[in-house]
Write a protein that binds this ligand. Structure first.
Ligand SMILES: Cc1cc2nc3c(=O)[nH]c(=O)nc-3n(C[C@H](O)[C@H](O)[C@H](O)COP(=O)(O)OP(=O)(O)OC[C@H]3O[C@@H](n4cnc5c(N)ncnc54)[C@H](O)[C@@H]3O)c2cc1C
Length: 805
C-alpha cells in the first residue's frame, strides 16, 4: 500500500446512532495537526503492529467501553482492515465476563455458533456488529461513513446523498458534498488493501440468502448473525422455473450452476486478489447470480447490483470498486447477461478496445456462429457472418411443409434446467413442451411389449454400460476398443456367469436400446470409443426433463440473427492468415474480405474434406484431431396422414418404439414421434416423425424418397397389423449426409480418441483463426446448446485477443 501521510478523519460516523461513549485520547484538532505534517506519533501512542498497515494513528471504531481510547494510547490495537482498528479497552469491554458488553457478545456468539461454521471470535463480533456502513453519495460520488445502526434498505442506499442523515442542520446538502472524503477511501484503492483485510466482512440482508439455506451462511459469504434468515426464513425460494443458479448440497453438480461456497478454477485465475478472501467474492458473485436469476430479461449493471451488496466497514468500497470486474467476468462466461436481451449501447464494465481496422469474420450462420457474432456485438466488436446457404440456422432447419413444425435437424433440448436455449425461450416468450418419457414399445408382430420385460431389458442394458464404466476405470487399461464389441463381451460374460438365456424377444429389445444409443451418438456403436463415448458425463450436465421445441428451433436462431450483420449465399473457400496485419478471406463468388480475426464454425465433415483451404496450412496437431474425430449420420423422415391411425391401436403416448427384427436393421425407424399439430382452431395435421441411424443410414443412402417412405410404411404395417395403413398425404426425407454444407449429423469419439480432442478442436491458431461449433465443445458436443456455448466461448477469446493486441 502506498503510504500516505494522511491519517483518517476521526472515526465519527455521519450519523452515529450507535452507543455514545465518552471519548478519551486525542481530540480532532490533535489529529488534524498530525495530518498537517506535525509530529509523528509520540511514544505514548501505539502504532498498529500489522506489517504494512498505513494507519499511523489508528482510531478505535468500536467506541464501546467508557475507557475507549479513541485514537489515544492503548496497549494493543486490533487490526481489522487498514482503515479499521479497535482498542484493547473495547476488546476487554466485550471479552471479559465482568464487563458491561459481555452479555451482548455472548448472545451474538450463541447465534453465530448456532448457524455459522467459523469461529465466533471477538474480532468477528467487532466486524460483524460494530463497524459502520459506507455509502457513496449519488451526487458528488464521495464515500461517507454512516453509523453502525443505519437501516440499509434498498431505497436508502439508492437515494443516499451527503448530508441526508447529518445531524448538522446548518449545512445544506450541497455544502455537505463539499466536505472532503475520508482519506481511508483512497487506501481501499491501493493494490495492497485486500492483503491487509484481516477480518473480511460478511454480507447481510443478502438476496441470495434464501437460495442458500442448505449452506453455512459464512461458507457463502453471509453473516450467520442475519437473524431474519433463520428466524423468519422466507421458505424455499421460488426459483425462476428452469433456472437453478446454485449447486444443491449433496446433489450432483449441474451445468451452469455456481458452487456457492467455492471459487471455481476460472475464478481463481481471474481474481487472484480474492484468493485469501474467497467469502467476499462468493457473497458478491452469489448476489449477482441471484439478481440475474430473478430477472433474465434485463442487462444487469453495477447500478442494479449496488443496493443489494451490503456489508459493514470500509471493505464495501473495495468490493463495489471491484464489482465491474466480476460483472464482466460473469458476462464473458455467459453466466449473466446472456441470450436475447437488449444491451445498453456501451455497457460500462466492458473494457474499451480501440476501433479495429477490419471486422471479425465469422464463417457459418449456425447456432455457434450466430451466438459468437451476437456476443461480439454486445461487447462492441463489429463482425460479419458469411453463410454459404440462403438461410441462417445450419443444422437447425424447421420444415412447415406438412402443416406443422418439424425440425429437419435439431428439435429437442436435452435437459432444460439452466440450459441457455431455454433461457432464450423464456426471454423471448417462445413456447416449448416437456417431452414425456412415456414410450409404448411394439414388436415386429404388432404386440405391445410387456412393460415388465421392457424394464428388465432396460435395466440390463444400462447395467452393462455401468460395467463398461467400471472396466475403463482400470488405470492399466488395455487398448481402447469399440463400444459394441465391449458391450457384446460384457453381455456374454453376464450370460455365462448367470447361466441365464434371453429369449429372442429380449435380445431384440436389447437391439432396440442399442439403436436408441446409436441415435444419441449419431453413429453405430462399433464406431464409438468404449472408453470415451460418454466422456462429457464427467462434467456437470443439464438437469430436468428434455424439451421438445414444438414450434421449432428456427425462430430462436432467427432472433439470434437479429442485429447481427450476416451475408448469405457466401461460400468461403480459403483463409490466408500469413500476414500480420489482417487475415484474407476468399469466397466462391470471387469476393475477398479482410478480417482482424476469423472464426470458423463450419461442420467438422467439411474441415475433414478441406472444403476451406488455409494458408499457411493448419498445424499438424489440428489436422490430426480433425481427421481423428468422427462425423456421425442421422436422417429424419416425416409423414403426414389423414388420421392418427395409431391412436386406434391404443397408442396414447407421443412416442412409440419399434423393436427391430434383427440387429442389422435396428437403426431403421426405431422410434416414432407424434408431432401432430394441436391448435384447436385448425384442422389437425397428423404427423409422424422418425429417424434413421447407424448402419441403416447406408441402407437408405442410395434409395429414393419414395422407396424410403415405402420402407417406413412397411414398418408401420408390422407394428399395426390389424389396420390399413394409409399412404401418407405428404412427406419429406432429410439428406444431411450428402448436404453440401453439412455432410454429417454430429460428431462422435471413435476408439483411440477422447475428450481432449474436442479441446484441441477449440484451440485457435496464432490468436488469429478461431474455431467454434458443436464439434469443439467437450462438455456438450453434438447439440445446439454446445454449439451456442462454443460461440460464447470464442467471442470471449476473440475479444481478449483484440484487447491484448
Ligand atoms: C438430424 C439431426 C438431428 C439433430 N437433433 C438435435 C436435437 O434434437 N437437439 C440438439 O441439441 N441437437 C441436435 N442436432 C445437432 C445440432 O443440430 C447441431 O449440433 C448444431 O445445430 C450445430 O451447430 P453449429 O453452429 O456447430 O453448425 P451448423 O449448424 O452446421 O452451422 C455451420 C454453418 O456453416 C455453414 N457453412 C458450411 N460451409 C461453409 C462455407 N464454406 N462458407 C460459409 N458457410 C459455410 C453452413 O451452411 C451452416 O449454416 C441434430 C442434428 C441433425 C443433423
Amino acid at each position: 500500500m502506498s503510504k500516505t501521510d494522511k491519517q483518517p478523519q476521526n472515526d465519527k460516523a455521519e450519523d452515529r446512532t450507535g452507543r455514545g461513549v465518552k471519548r478519551k485520547g486525542l481530540l480532532e484538532s490533535d489529529v488534524d495537526e498530525m495530518k498537517n505534517g506535525s509530529p509523528e506519533p509520540t511514544k505514548q501512542l501505539r502504532k498498529c503492529e500489522k506489517a504494512g498497515c498505513p494507519a499511523k494513528i489508528p482510531i478505535c471504531f468500536a467506541r464501546s467501553s467508557a475507557r475507549c481510547t479513541g485514537s489515544g494510547y492503548t496497549s494493543r490495537w486490533y487490526h481489522v482492515t487498514s482503515g479499521e482498528h479497535f482498542c484493547n479497552e473495547c476488546f476487554d469491554h466485550f471479552y471479559r465476563s465482568h464487563k458491561e458488553g459481555y452479555l451482548e457478545y455472548i448472545e451474538w456468539k450463541r447465534i453465530w455458533s448456532l448457524y455459522g461454521k467459523t469461529d465466533a471470535s471477538i474480532k468477528n463480533y467487532m466486524s460483524d456488529q460494530l463497524l459502520g456502513y459506507w455509502l457513496q453519495c449519488k451526487k458528488c460520488k464521495k464515500w461517507r461513513q454512516l453509523g453502525r445502526d443505519t437501516k440499509m434498505t434498498k431505497d436508502f442506499v439508492e437515494s443516499f446523498v451527503c448530508g441526508s442523515t447529518m445531524k448538522n442542520k446548518f449545512l445544506s446538502k450541497d455544502e455537505a458534498c463539499e466536505n472532503p472524503e475520508d482519506c481511508r477511501v483512497e487506501w481501499t484503492r491501493d493494490s495492497l488493501f485486500p492483503s491487509l483485510i484481516v477480518v473480511p466482512p460478511l454480507f447481510r440482508n443478502s438476496i441470495s440468502g434464501p437460495y442458500l439455506t442448505g449452506y453455512y451462511p459464512d461458507g457463502v459469504g453471509l453473516t450467520p448473525s442475519d437473524i431474519d434468515l433463520h428466524v423468519h426464513p422466507k421458505g424455499v425460494v421460488e426459483v425462476a422455473q428452469y433456472l437453478q443458479p446454485f449447486d444443491i448440497p449433496d446433489k450432483p453438480r449441474r451445468a451452469m450452476a455456481h458452487p456457492p461456497d467455492i471459487m471455481t478454477e476460472d475464478e481463481d485465475d481471474e481474481f487472484p486478489d480474492f484468493a485469501k478472501l474467497p467469502q467476499i467474492y462468493l457473497a458478491i458473485r452469489n448476489i449477482v447470480a441471484t439478481l440475474w436469476n430473478l430477472n433474465i430479461k434485463e442487462w444487469l449493471t453495477k447500478e442494479l447490483c449496488v443496493p443489494y451488496l451490503i456489508c459493514r466497514g470500509i471493505t464495501r468500497i473495495w468490493c463495489l470498486e471491484n464489482l465491474d470486474r466480476i460483472l464482466w467476468f460473469l458476462t464473458r462466461k455467459g453466466f449473466i447477461n446472456c441470450g436475447l436481451i437488449s444491451v445498453p449501447s456501451k455497457p460500462a464494465f466492458i473494457p474499451t478496445i480501440p476501433d479495429i481496422q477490419h471486422p471479425v469474420i465469422v464463417i457459418g450462420a449456425g447456432a455457434s456462429g450466430l451466438a459468437a457474432a451476437r456476443q461480439l456485438a454486445n461487447f462492441g466488436i463489429k463482425s460479419t457472418v458469411l453463410e454459404a446457404r440462403l438461410r441462417v440456422g445450419g443444422r437447425v432447419w424447421d420444415d412447415e411443409s406438412l402443416g406443422t413444425c418439424v425440425g429437419r435437424g435439431a428439435q429437442i433440448v436435452t435437459g432444460c434446467i439452466n440450459n441457455p436455449i431455454i433461457l432464450m425461450c423464456k426471454q423471448t416468450g417462445i413456447e416449448f413442451h416437456e417431452l414425456g418419457d412415456n414410450c409404448t414399445i411394439i414388436d415386429n408382430n404388432g404386440e405391445v411389449v410387456d412393460p415388465a420385460m421392457e424394464r428388465r431389458m432396460d435395466f440390463h442394458f444400462n447395467a452393462m454400460l455401468d460395467i463398461i464404466a467400471e472396466w475403463r476405470k482400470n488405470k492399466d487399461l488395455p487398448q481402447d476398443t469399440n463400444l459394441l464389441e465391449k458391450y457384446r463381451e460384457m453381455h456374454q460374460q453376464f450370460l455365462d456367469e448367470s447361466q441365464l438365456k434371453f429369449t429372442k424377444k429380449e435380445e431384440q429389445l436389447i437391439e432396440f436400446h442399442i439403436a436408441n444409443l446409436e441415435y444419441a451418438c449419431g453413429t453405430t456403436l462399433n464406431q464409438m470409443s468404449a472408453i470415451s463415448w460418454d466422456q462429457n458425463e464427467e462434467y456437470p450436465q443439464f438437469a430436468g426433463p428434455h424439451i421438445l421445441m414444438k414450434d421449432g428451433y428456427t425462430q430462436l436462431l432467427d432472433k439470434m440473427a437479429e442485429g447481427v450483420h450476416f451475408v448469405t449465399n457466401m461460400e468461403v473457400t480459403s483463409i490466408d492468415y500469413s500476414t500480420d496485419d489482417h487475415i484474407l478471406v476468399r469466397c466462391l463468388s470471387g469476393s475477398e474480405m479482410k478480417a482482424s480475426r476469423v472464426l470458423v464454425t463450419v461442420p467438422l465433415a467439411l474441415l475433414k474434406k478441406k472444403c476451406i483451404s488455409f494458408t499457411p496450412k493448419l498445424p499438424p496437431w489440428k489436422e490430426e484431431t480433425i481427421s481423428k474425430l468422427g462425423t456421425g449420420h442421422v436422417e429424419k423422415i416425416a409423414l403426414r396422414f389423414k388420421k392418427k391411425f395409431w391412436r386406434d391401436s391404443g397408442i396414447t403416448s407421443n412416442m412409440f418404439g419399434h423393436v427391430p427384427e434383427e440387429g442389422g436393421t435396428r437403426g431403421l425407424f426405431s422410434v416414432f414421434y407424434d408431432l401432430s399439430s394441436s391448435q384447436e382452431d385448425k384442422e389437425m395435421e397428423c404427423v409422424l416423425v422418425s429417424h434413421v441411424t447407424g448402419e441403416a443410414v447406408n441402407i437408405i443412402q442410395n434409395k429414393s424418397d419414395e422407396e424410403i417412405v415405402e420402407m417406413c410404411i412397411k414398418v408401420l404395417k408390422s407394428l399395426f397389423p390389424n389396420q390399413t395403413i394409409p399412404s401418407p398425404e405428404k412427406y419429406f426425407v432429410t439428406r444431411w449426409s450428402t448436404d453440401k454444407y453439412t455432410q454429417m449429423s454430429y460428431s462422435y469419439l471413435p476408439p483411440g480418441t477422447d475428450g481432449n480432442n474436442y479441446d484441441i478442436m477449440a484451440e485457435d491458431i496464432d490468436r488469429k483463426v478461431f474455431f467454434a461449433g458443436e464439434a469443439t465443445h467437450r462438455q456438450f458436443p453434438q447439440s445446439v446448446t454446445g454449439a451456442f456455448l462454443s460461440g460464447i466461448r470464442e467471442a470471449e477469446k476473440i475479444f481478449l485477443s483484440l484487447l491484448e493486441a
